[in-house]
Every structure is written in C-alpha cells, then in structure tokens.
Design a protein around this ligand. Structure first.
Ligand code: ADP
Length: 357
C-alpha cells in the first residue's frame, strides 16, 4: 500500500514537472527566437549551426533548472495550503463517523492560506456542533422518557398488587382501580404530548392557516376550565379586545392557550385570580395570561421551555414538563414570541406576541 502511494506520488511529481517544463520551454524558446532574430537582423549577423546547437543546449539546461525550481516551489505550496488542510478535514470527518462529535478544526493561519478552506472549516465546525447537540438531545430525551415512564408504571404496579388481596372492601377496590386508571391516563397523556412534540419538531405538522377571531378562541379555551376554577374558587378577570382577527393555525394556537391556562390554574391556590388580556396593534396580537399563584424563581424561569423540565415538584403529580416545550415550539413555528415574568409568592405572567397576518 505504502509502495503504491509512493509510486503514485512520484508519477504525480513527474506529471507536474512535465507540465511546467513544457510551459517554461515554450516561453523561453519564444523569447529567445524573437530576441535572436531581431538582433541578427539589426546587426546583420548570420548564425551558424554550431552557434545554434550550443545555444540550444544551454537553453535546454536553463529550462530544466527553472522547471525544477518551479516544481519544488509548487509542491511545497500545495503541501502547505492544499494537502495539509484537506488531511485535517478528512481526519476530523473520520472522527465524526466514529461518533466523536467534540472534534473541531482550527482555521488556517491567514498568511498564505486559501480562504475557501477556512469557509469549509467553519461549516464543518458548525456541522459538528449541530450533530453534537442533536445527539445530546436524543440521549437526554430517551433518558427523560424512560425516567418519566417509571413513575406511573411503579404506581400502577403497586395498585395492581394491592388489588390482588382477597378480602378487599368495595371502597378499597375502587380506590386502587382508580390509581391504576390515573397512572395509565398520565402515561397516555405523556405519550400524546411526546408524539405531538415529535411531529412539531420534525415539521410534519404544517400550519393550516385560516382567519379567525382570536378573542373568541381565547374565551372558548378559557371556558373549558370552568369546572376547575369554580371548584378551586379562582376568580377570572378578562380584558379581551373585540374583533381581533388573526391569520394562523387555529388548532396549534389553541394548544398554546390550553397549556398556559392549565398551568395558571394548576399553580394558583384557592381564592387567587387568573387574568387574560388581549390587545392588538396593526400587525401583532398580544395575549397576557396572568396568575396570582406560587410564581417561580429566576432559575426555574430559565428552564421552563425545556422538555421534561418541572420546576415545582409539589405539583409534579400532574403534568410531565412537556406543556411549555410544546407551547414554545408552536410559537417558534408561527415566528411569534413568548416571555415570562414571575415573582415567587406573587404570581406569573406569560406574554405571547403573534403576527396577525
Ligand atoms: P408541567 O406543567 O407539566 O410541569 P410545563 O412545561 O407546562 O410542565 O411547565 C414547566 C414548569 O414551569 C412547571 O413545572 C412549573 O415549575 C413552571 N410553570 C409553568 N407555568 C407556571 C405558572 N403559571 N406558575 C408557576 N410556575 C409555572
């Protein structure tokens, strides 16, 4: 193998030498012929065969030497500015193929370097970074899903064992059976959310744009929580501007409101208030969902849009940390913005801004 590549290198070298030689010989011959014919015409000298033979030999030697110098300079240039960066890129690509996404290539020094290689290197480094983060997301996702599945499964197993007891009262039997149903409902909800998120992330859901009244949609979504707010004695305060039409995907947007409302009710104690406000400018609609609930720390606020993140563990029996990740994804697809302001013990306000057209 080594011998083969050495022969290949020699042949390549000879090929370069030959090309340079032909070029140099052609240029020198043309120049000399022009020079000598002009000189001999002007001075009236007649050149003999002997003169021409001696000059031709000298010129041949001269051309060979100049060609050698050119070939060496070109070989060194190629080695430094072409072969070396290509070798570094190939080695890094091989590492990526073996699953090492931490690899990065140092850009070429500016001096004498071909800038196109630096462009390729920059693209390559970005690609490695993206692949690395996708890989981390994938492994994190699998770890999180397995972890989240374990809790309801363990609960269901527990209740299943309890249900096997022979002398169970009707009351206990119903309680344990309810435990199994709740556990399976939680798992089903989580699977639905994972599938939705997965479809949204892979862009399999393309927004179905239609024009609708945003205020009406907000009221409809809010009314679905009527039972909850009545039971928890939570006050509702709405300030919804009329006749605000938006062109957006109605179903996707209702997913946003449902998640924000469900969190507002979940994290607000009895006697608290949930307010919904809709305002609009010529091009944007702004929705604020405010609650007087437990609020969250800055640290929690920084992570709430991450998949499976749950800040308040006292409420972790409901939800699975996917709601706000879904919300964020939908808002991103619609090129909108979402922000949160929260103070522990005072409450939380989510502000969503979407384009109207
Ligand atoms: P889940 O509600 O299922 O836990 P989400 O993705 O909807 O998951 O929310 C992630 C986290 O954000 C919650 O666990 C909670 O800590 C925090 N959070 C969301 N909305 C509120 C809110 N209105 N008040 C306080 N904390 C909130």
């Amino acid at each position: 193998m080594k011998r083969e590549s050495r022969i290949k290198n020699i042949l390549k070298w000879l090929n370069h030498y030959l090309v340079f030689f032909l070029l140099v010989a052609f240029v020198i011959t043309c120049c000399i012929m022009l020079f000598v014919s002009t000189l001999s015409n002007d001075l009236g000298i007649t050149l003999t065969n002997e003169n021409i033979n001696a000059a031709a030999k000298l010129t041949f030697l001269n051309a060979s030497l100049i060609t050698l110098i050119f070939t060496v300079i070109d070989a060194v240039r190629r080695k430094l500015t072409v072969e070396r960066p290509i070798k570094r890129i190939t080695q890094a690509a091989e590492k990526i193929m073996q699953g090492d996404f931490s690899v990065r290539i140092k850009p070429q020094s500016k001096f004498g370097a071909d800038d196109s290689f630096n462009e390729v290197i920059e693209c390559f480094n970005k690609l490695a970074e993206e692949l690395g983060s996708v890989e981390t997301l994938r492994t994190d996702f699998i770890t999180n899903v397995s972890h989240e599945m374990k809790t309801p499964l363990a609960v269901m197993q527990n209740y299943g064992t309890l249900l096997q007891a022979a002398d169970l009262s009707d009351e206990k039997r119903i309680e344990y059976a309810k435990g199994v149903t709740d556990g399976s409902r939680r798992m089903a909800e989580m699977m639905t959310n994972i599938l939705k998120l997965n479809r949204l992330e892979n862009q399999q859901i393309y927004p179905k744009i239609s024009e609708f009244d945003l205020g009406e949609q907000l009221c409809e979504c809010l009314l679905q929580f009527e039972n909850i707010w009545e039971k928890a004695n939570i006050e509702i305060d709405t300030n919804i501007a009329e006749d605000i039409k938006v062109k957006a995907d109605e179903e996707l947007l209702s997913l946003v409101w449902n998640n924000l409302f469900s969190n507002a009710f979940k994290f607000t104690e009895a006697g608290g208030t949930v307010s919904v406000t809709l305002t609009a400018t010529e091009h944007h609609a702004i929705v604020k969902v405010k609650d007087t609930g437990c609020g969250m720390t800055n640290d929690t606020g920084a992570h709430i849009f991450e998949k499976f993140y749950q800040g308040d563990t006292s409420h972790s029996s409901s939800g699975n940390g996917l709601g706000l990740a879904l919300v964020k994804r939908v808002i991103d697809i619609m090129h909108g913005e979402i922000g949160v302001q929260s103070t522990v013990g005072v409450g939380t306000t989510f502000t969503v801004r979407i384009r109207r057209g």
